[in-house]
Design a binder for this molecule. Sequence first.
Ligand SMILES: O=C(CO)COP(=O)(O)O
Length: 154
Amino acid sequence: MNKYKTIALVAHDNRKRDLVEWVEWNWAKLLKHKLICTGTTGRLVEEALTKMNNDAGNHLQLTRLKSGPLGGDQQLGALIAEGKIDILIFFWDPMQAQPHDVDVKALLRIATVYNIPTATNRSTADFLISSPLIEQEYAPKLKDYSQYINRDVY
Ligand SMILES: O=C(CO)COP(=O)(O)O
């Protein structure tokens, strides 16, 4: 991982207010990194960062994917598999079933497969963003899947 990271930001509807507050609290730190968001989360994050950044003139690097239920979670999962996401901040809602529950599960699973630092709540997000590693180069130790890849299948 480079000094500056690519950070994915995602929140379910009941957790969006929480995420926006967190983004407002951490705006100066976040603006140093590339951000990738699912569609609706991205709109809110962009509004919040533009408001906070105001005169600071920092360059906002934010990509918006499709909305989660319309494929955004799957797009993020694919980017993780391609090694294009360094950190996942995903405030998912533990109290409400989602129409795309399987996509949510798949995203969290693939983030684990690829050893992506993942925050699923605000405290963990606080710990991640305040880690000294957030602005240092870092080589995550990847699990060796070669045995699985080269297994005998017949
Ligand atoms: O559904 C989501 C994550 O599972 C988030 O999608 P939106 O940011 O488009 O609301």
